[in-house]
Design a protein around this ligand. Structure first.
Ligand SMILES: [Zn+2]
Length: 158
């Protein structure tokens, strides 16, 4: 049920409650006037019972409307949270697109498009979504150098 229908239902039930109150007033007034008329009195009793039944149904409807309203509020909240998730995921995707893989020696490292001089740990980037700049641990004069990630302690041979 959409929110407009719920609101309409609540307004209808509120209107019906007012109408029932009016009818009960009319019945009471009529009863006072026709005390001597047995047949009229019976009819008024029937009408009273009918009104009471309507009132009971109206309470049920009001309860259902309230329940629907709460359900709707829950759905609104959930929708807001999901939109926030989507927004965050889109921002994450946009941020990740600023990086690309780069083969350096024997390792594939991560590089920012605007700053090719800084290399980042591919393991931290792929698994934790973190950009950790690698430290150059190449020894002077060595044939193969290496990079070191201070976050996950991984070494990358280059
Ligand atoms: Zn790392």
């Amino acid at each position: 049920m959409d929110p407009e229908s719920v609101t309409a239902l609540i307004q209808t039930t509120a209107g019906a409650a007012g109408a029932i109150k009016t009818v009960l007033g009319v019945i009471a007034a009529a009863r006072a006037q026709v005390k001597d008329n047995k047949e009229a009195d019976n009819k008024l009793s029937e009408a009273s019972e009918l009104v009471l039944e309507l009132r009971s149904r109206l309470f049920d409807l009001q309860e259902k409307a309230l329940h629907l309203q709460q359900e709707y509020a829950g759905l609104l909240r959930e929708n807001m949270e999901l939109r926030e998730d989507i927004r965050r995921e889109q921002a994450r995707t946009t941020e990740r697109q600023k990086y690309k893989r780069k083969q350096v020696g024997g390792s594939v490292l991560i590089m920012h498009n605007d700053d090719p001089s800084t290399l980042f740990c591919p393991a931290c980037f792929e698994t934790k979504d973190r950009t950790i700049p690698l430290q150059d641990h190449s020894r002077e004069g060595a044939i193969h150098g290496s990079y070191y990630c201070p976050a996950c302690q991984e070494r990358y041979r280059i």
